[in-house]
Ligand binder design. Sequence first.
Ligand SMILES: [Mg+2]
Length: 310
Amino acid sequence: MRGKTSASLLAFAALGACVPQASPPQAAAPAPAAAPPSPAIMPPPPALPTAPPPTMQYLYGSGEAAALSIAAYRSLTDFAQTQVTKRPADSVILAEGSTLDAPRFEACGNKPLAAVFDVDETMILNLGEEWHEASSGRPYDGKVWDKWEKTGADKVAPVPGAVAAVNALRRMGVTVIFNTNRLAENAAQTAAAIKFAGLGDAVHKETLFLKGDDTMGSAKDGRRAVIAAKYCVIAMGGDQLGDFSDLLNQQGMSVKGRRDEVSSSWASRLWGAGWFLLPNPVYGTGLKGGFDDVFPKDKRWSVPAEGAQP
Ligand SMILES: [Mg+2]
């Protein structure tokens, strides 16, 4: 599954009008013996989008997004190199029983080192399926996504910087593990997409963890616990908060509450230092909120009236 919410909010162009033209005056003619049947009046089909939405232009087409991704992956590999040298006491995976007020981290002991990554829009760009959405004007559909998982392995591309990062990590002796909400029944096809993108081998339940491996649905903490029992996880990469901890992704959290937890709690110390976020303005849990959620009341501004003094 790509994400909980689709945000490919494609605005359809105005419907093309089909206006009958007035006939020029003609000389009266004898009426035909029988009038031809009237064609059925059908509404015109909606116009297809003529360009991808701005969010896709940014993520899949822009140099700006590529630069952000490369920077995130460079930070991750630099951080991993320092951790390999010093062997941290704790994983960057929260221990079972943690709360937002009392977080604890899994101990590393002598476990081998690993880095854990989400897949979609973290390690690979789903160009084929997103092209389908953008060009057809159709929103995200779980059934279509399932077909994409099954058949789209050769229509993906690596996120900029991802291939260099996994290669560098493996050279350091760090095991690269994928933890994605793609479906367990499509494990072979997802491993093929990862391989096609140049990210190497992924083995189900060893270095590839999927939705359906446990009974927790899209929540990833259970799979993270399985990984942390075997590995000392020194870095995680993702494009959604749920790629790091389900505590930050709880149902009912307000937009502001979520942002506050990320910005001002213990979690703020992990961004760029164990937890590495990739940009994704196209879909996902970050795309919600009304005006009151997004714009504080004391920061609203209007154009001053002409002649008004500052
Ligand atoms: Mg993702």
